[in-house]
Write a protein that binds this ligand. Structure first.
Ligand code: G3H
Ligand code: ZN
Length: 291
């Protein structure tokens, strides 16, 4: 059991991520779209004593500017009783990346997965120099995690991660944690991704870097457990929570077709979203990490 140092949430979180390589737990990064779902997730983390990462993606940036997100998430961080990390997910735009670093995000992802290798290395290194200069951690992707629903765009090319390229990518960019493609696929609505554990082991051996798996809604519970002793330190989960919220909300409309009060309609969907987050963090071995 670790005791949370006061007012040191963010550096503490970074330390936790690095330590997680040698420990049997994996942190959950959840996509958030508003203050209500973000707060629900923080409360779920507090209930079970788990650190958690709140992630803002491109869709969320269409709802609020990155500076508003920075302030909002830091407000939650200030009041949280467990370490909470504010992370900017899947970014290709350097200006947004820099704005996030200045807006109080603890970690940012530069996503050069669709670039040729040399360009991905060069741009990721630039992102690392900029972000590290502002005290912010960097996640970057090698190989490319596909999308089950075509959300990556019609020209998006999925590719499994090559262990040799991964080793070079980690070495030459100075990134903090590395997103890899080993059979994980974004936005799956069923849990049946075929994770290639042999490839993951080769990547681990070659790179010696903390790893991240995106598209983790689609990973089977049994496979999540098999991931615990690996170098995977974070899994990204979005669709599972969006389904818990959205499918429950549909039921609420069906039950009360004349209801128009947002607070009443959202009550049960948010509860279900929080329960799903709690379930995932527990599965990932995070229950009781923070006393
Ligand atoms: O970056 C976000 C995630 O990779 C979420 O993936 O929606 O398939 O769980 P998911
Ligand atoms: Zn992702």
């Amino acid at each position: 059991m670790l005791t949370l140092p006061k007012n040191q949430f963010q550096p503490f979180f970074t330390d936790l991520m690095v330590k997680a390589v040698h420990e049997e737990h994996i942190f959950a990064g959840f996509n958030v779209f508003s203050l209500d779902d973000a707060y629900e997730i923080v409360q779920a983390a507090e209930r079970i004593g788990s650190p958690v990462m709140l992630m803002v993606n491109k869709v969320a940036l269409e709802l609020f500017p990155v500076e508003v997100w920075g302030d909002a998430l830091n407000l939650l961080i200030k009041h949280a009783k467990v370490p909470v990390c504010a992370h900017l997910d899947h970014t290709t735009d350097f200006k947004v990346l820099e704005r996030a670093c200045k807006a109080g995000f603890d970690s940012v992802m530069f996503d050069g997965s669709q670039l040729p290798l040399e360009e991905n290395i060069r741009k990721t290194r630039m992102a690392v120099e900029m972000a590290h200069g502002l005290g912010v951690a960097v996640e970057a992707e090698i190989g490319a995690v596909g999308y089950s629903d075509g959300a990556g765009g019609k020209d998006y090319k999925a590719a499994m991660t090559d262990p040799k390229e991964a080793a070079r990518f980690a070495r030459e960019t100075g990134l903090d944690w590395m997103a890899v493609s080993v059979g994980n696929v974004h936005r799956m609505e069923t849990q049946d991704a075929a994770i290639d554990f042999k490839l993951l082991a080769e990547i681990e051996k070659a790179s010696g870097t903390p790893l991240v798996l995106h598209g983790s809604t689609g990973i089977r519970d049994a496979d999540m457990k098999k991931l615990l002793p690996t170098h995977v330190v974070k899994v990204n989960i979005g669709t599972a929570l969006r389904m818990a919220f959205g499918n429950t909300l549909r039921g609420e409309f069906e039950k009360s077709p004349k209801e128009f009060d947002r607070a009443k309609l959202f009550k049960l969907p948010l509860k279900k979203l929080g329960e799903e987050a709690e379930k995932k963090m527990t599965l990932l071995g995070c229950k009781g990490i923070i006393s």
